[in-house]
Design a protein. Structure first.
Length: 732
């Protein structure tokens, strides 16, 4: 049968030609009995008669060996099989991979006569598989060698792959975690928030999710910050089989970010407090603001704070001010209200006032009991102030100081007085002196006092010290400025008095000459003018001229009297004066001028009362005349309803004389100057009228005041003591 089969194979071999197909036929002893041409071409050293089970079948020996040691069969006799060989003995350079299919050969009696093996070159496919295996090996090395956690999660959110980096970060071994839900390493609050649903939806929508920062829970319960990158994973058919998750441990970076943020917030608080204190110059307000900043949620968040300041005069360190609630409920109520409405420290310090009789009563009662003589060292409070050191007391013990320090205050322990065993003491000082200390604690909520809290308190105390120093400098400077202003004012007054004295001296000399040279002719002119005015009846024009001469003479006489009165004031020659009669006399004197200017003159007093004072009638007449003339001048600009009121009344044993007009009033900026000598707003005035009036009133032990309003006019009030005899009658 073999010759027939060989002929058939030879015919097939001619038909195939040089197509790369390897074929050979073995007999029942597994010796090669036939080779096709391509096989012989690629393996020229393999000959017929060579055992096919020789170990070097594809790496043949130089000659056929007798009794060659047989290898294990490469296939099962009488059965179909598939085998892949590798060889570097082919005519093609390099290693070749051959895939052989074995077909058993039977005779009609179903006896196995041999095997026909047909092979194909699968080098390219096997090389690709080798490359894939190499890549997989390298990938596995990378995955296992990286410090990042690399996890594969299926669509049921179950962990299927877990690398060494994941073990290092989370503490779970591969055996412990594979097959578990990814929620095993997620914080419960993030699960409740639906973070896993969000991550899955984002990856389905975008295919990838990068730089997602969150937290994951380790085996020991500790939370760690991670940066997650997620990718959809597909099989060879393009179907999604799950997601890969790379988790980078970023807790070190987060710690730096938090530290940077804390530093920024701390600097922000310091800057805000500094801006607030910079504008404050009141020591009590500085202490109040500092205490609020120490206890506010926008500040250092201590529960209570106490300020003690050094009294250098009495040589004692004494409590001044404190802030803090009595219990936790009160603390929550106060700061919840403030934080709800006010988000900045500058708003809170403006709104919140320390309530000495309310929420802050208890702590201020405590601080009021703290008093330490400065000669009682070594005391814990003096140690902090004098040595400018921060002292931390924890569980009733002084931390970091081996030397014994007293805590006794008036036979009581500071711990007992504060009702606290955990607190911190920081000094308040300037470059030149120690100012005091601040005590702060968290005895309400028992929150641990951290190193950051202590450092923040130290910085706040430093700002308070600078602010207190500035306030004291400001106070000293203000006092110095006031002294300089007072000295300057006195100098101005002295200069004015000197100038006034010089003017008065000149006026005195001039007055004497004027009195001698002008008074007699002036009296004659005035007298004759009055006679002419009375005698002329039939010529109104001449009568008017005579009246003008009389008026001008009277003005000259008034000026002359003012000059003489200023230059050579004389003491009043006092006698009983009827004020009502004196007012009528002055009003009669001015009646012709008042009538010509259409001014209404009103008198107001009680006819049944006696308004008598002790005074010089001439001097009083001159004072009233000056005031009425000023009232007439003030009404020049009024076109109608001009009015002057002369009033006398008795009040509290004094006669009150009022001269009022409804003119435009006196400008406010001139009110404090109207009694100054030589001050005038009139083009022809001397500026002596009101100063003469004031001197006359003062010489009669009286007072003069003025009220003025642009709408209602001006009122001068002269107050004189009532005649003693009449005063005794009126006094019950």
């Amino acid at each position: 049968m073999f010759p027939e089969l060989q002929n058939t194979l030879n015919l097939l071999d001619r038909f195939i030609g040089d197509y790369p197909v390897f074929m050979y036929l073995t007999d029942a002893d597994d010796s090669i009995v036939w080779l096709n041409r391509y096989f012989s071409k690629e393996f020229p050293e393999i000959k017929t008669g060579q055992p096919s089970q020789c170990l070097n079948i594809l790496e043949p020996c130089e000659a056929v060996c007798e009794g060659c040691e047989k290898a294990d069969p490469v296939d099962t006799p009488g059965a179909f099989s598939r085998t892949i060989y590798s060889s570097n003995k082919t005519a093609t350079p390099g290693t070749s991979y051959l895939e052989f299919f074995s077909f058993p050969v039977y005779n009609r009696e179903k006896q196995n006569l041999g095997t026909l093996r047909v092979g194909f070159d699968v080098t390219q496919s096997e090389e690709m598989k080798d490359q894939l295996r190499a890549k997989e090996k390298r990938y596995r090395a990378i995955v296992e060698g990286t410090s990042d956690a690399i996890i594969f999660i299926d669509h049921e959110n179950l962990i299927r792959e877990w690398n060494a980096g994941a073990e290092e970060i989370f503490g779970y071994s591969t055996d412990e975690i594979v097959g578990q839900s990814i929620e095993k390493i997620m914080p419960a609050e993030l699960i409740e928030m639906g973070e896993l649903t969000y991550l899955n939806s984002e990856v389905r929508r975008r295919g990838v999710l990068k730089k997602y920062e969150t937290q994951r829970r380790c085996k020991d319960g500790k939370l760690v910050y991670v940066d997650i990158s997620r990718n959809e994973v597909y099989d060879e058919d393009g179907d999604s089989i799950g997601v890969s998750e790379i988790l980078k441990d970023i807790h070190a970076r987060k710690d730096l970010e938090f530290e940077l943020l804390r530093t920024i917030l701390e600097l922000s608080k310091l800057n805000e407090l500094n801006e607030i204190l910079y504008r404050i110059h009141d020591e009590l307000d500085i202490m109040r603001i500092t205490l609020i900043a120490i206890t506010a949620g926008q500040g250092l968040r201590f529960n209570r704070a106490f300020i003690l300041l050094a009294d250098q005069e009495n040589k004692v360190l004494k409590g001044h001010l404190a802030i803090g609630p009595s219990d936790e409920d009160e603390a929550n109520r106060i700061w919840t209200e403030l934080n709800h409405e006010h988000h900045y420290l500058r708003d809170i310090v403006q709104i919140y006032k320390i309530d000495l009789n309310g929420a802050d009563k208890k702590v201020n009662e405590i601080v009021g009991q703290i008093s330490v003589p400065m000669d009682s060292s070594p005391h814990i409070l003096l140690e902090a102030m004098e040595r400018r050191r921060v002292i931390r007391v924890k569980e009733g013990k002084v931390m970091g100081i081996t030397d014994p320090l007293s805590m006794v205050i008036d036979d009581r322990s500071l711990l007992e007085l504060l009702n606290s065993r955990d607190f911190v003491i920081v000094p308040i000082f300037t470059k030149k002196e120690q100012l005091g200390v601040i005590i702060a604690d968290n005895c309400i909520n028992n929150r641990e006092i951290s190193g950051e809290d202590v450092e923040g308190l130290r910085l706040f105390a430093s700002l308070a010290g600078s602010a207190l120093e500035n306030a004291r400098l400001y106070s000293t400077l203000a006092e110095r400025i006031n002294e300089l202003q007072s000295a300057y004012k006195q100098l101005e007054e002295s200069q004015e008095q000197l100038l006034r004295a010089e003017r008065l001296a000149a006026i005195g000399e001039m007055s004497a000459k004027v009195a001698h040279e002008i008074r007699n002719p002036l009296v004659s002119i005035g007298g004759f003018a009055r006679i002419i005015e009375r005698k002329i009846l039939d010529d109104p024009k001449l009568k008017q001229y005579a009246g003008i001469i009389r008026e001008q003479v009277e003005n000259l006489e008034n000026i002359l009297n003012n000059l003489l009165g200023t230059a050579n004031p004389r003491p009043p020659e006092k006698r009983t004066v009827d004020v009502k009669q004196l007012l009528e006399q002055v009003g009669h004197t001015m009646s012709h001028v008042i009538e010509q200017k259409n001014i209404a003159l009103n008198f107001a007093w009680s006819p049944d009362e006696q308004h008598t004072i002790l005074g010089d009638p001439k001097m009083l007449y001159q004072a009233l005349l000056n005031l009425i003339k000023n009232a007439v001048d003030a009404l020049e600009a009024r076109e109608n309803e001009a009015e002057i009121s002369l009033q006398s009344q008795i009040e509290n044993g004094q006669v009150v004389i009022s001269i009022a007009d409804n003119g435009p009033g006196i400008p406010p900026d001139q009110m404090n100057k109207i009694f100054e000598k030589f001050f005038t707003t009139k083009s022809q005035g001397t500026g002596l009228g009101l100063s003469v009036v004031q001197e006359i009133v003062n010489s009669h032990r009286g007072t003069i005041s003025v009220e003025s309003d642009p709408q209602s006019g001006t009122v001068f009030r002269l107050l004189f003591p009532l005649n003693p005899e009449l005063s005794n009658v009126l006094t019950p």
